[in-house]
Design a protein around this ligand. Structure first.
Ligand code: ADP
Ligand code: MG
Length: 215
């Protein structure tokens, strides 16, 4: 990643990649939510990411921290459901933590760390409860480990984070939900992937693809 501010072109590419991923996978996310929730996760996220697409030019022109804060506000307002408040809080806190600093692995790790703490607080949840935290927490830890060890280039890091997210998503299948609507099913929630963990994994995968290709 560049030492100077992340350019609008990369912001724009990141927004477009996330918007396209949610549009392509909305039905799958809704199916997952139909199995253990109320069948609206894909629809909820699509509404929010379509709103991001509508303001993509304005968003992309801002420094990364300000862009994340504004995107978080849009998601919190437009997504609805439990996931809207949680994804909104994640991005708002990441943006606040990043401030005016450019994005690099170390500042990303710091921002994600604070963002994940905010999601835990808002959701009154921890990892292991079959939620999006079951992808976010392992990815955040993997990023911290890589930054502490000073390991790898950007493409290696992106590859590693995508693999971590994929494994973490799969681990939600065996879990019993204790938070959110899926918790109403108790042990019957086991055997299904968590929809919020699935959307987190898809978004991380889309951003990792972009980071791997970026020159
Ligand atoms: P709703 O459950 O209100 O219909 P969505 O369907 O959009 O909202 O999102 C459901 C996802 O939100 C779940 O799969 C789970 O990952 C996440 N979630 C729900 N409640 C919580 C919570 N208290 N803490 C963390 N994540 C949660
Ligand atoms: Mg739902």
């Amino acid at each position: 990643m560049p030492a100077d501010a992340t350019p609008p072109a990369w912001h724009r590419a990141a927004i477009d990649a996330c918007v396209a991923t949610i549009a392509a996978e909305a039905d799958t996310l809704t199916e997952l939510d139909s199995a253990i929730g109320d069948g609206d996760h894909g629809t909820n996220l699509k509404r929010g990411f379509d709103a991001l697409a509508a303001e993509a030019d304005t968003l992309a022109d801002q420094p990364t921290g300000a862009m994340l804060q504004r995107a978080g506000t849009t998601l919190a307002n437009k997504v609805g459901g439990a996931s809207g408040a949680l994804y909104g809080s994640l991005l708002m806190m990441m943006g606040r933590q990043l401030g005016g600093r450019p994005l690099d692995p170390a500042t990303l790790a710091e921002a994600l760390g604070q963002g994940v703490e905010m999601v835990k607080k808002r959701g009154r949840a921890e990892a292991g409860e079959k939620t999006l935290l079951d992808v976010l927490v392992p990815v955040q830890r993997e990023l911290d480990r890589a930054v502490d060890a000073g390991e790898g280039d950007r493409a290696d890091l992106a590859h590693r984070l995508r693999a971590c997210a994929d494994n973490a998503l799969e681990s939600t299948r065996a879990m019993t939900a204790t938070k959110g609507r899926a918790s109403y099913l108790g042990e019957r929630s086991a055997g299904h992937l968590d929809p919020g963990a699935a959307s987190a994994c898809l978004l991380i995968g889309a951003l990792a693809d972009l980071a791997e290709d970026r020159t």
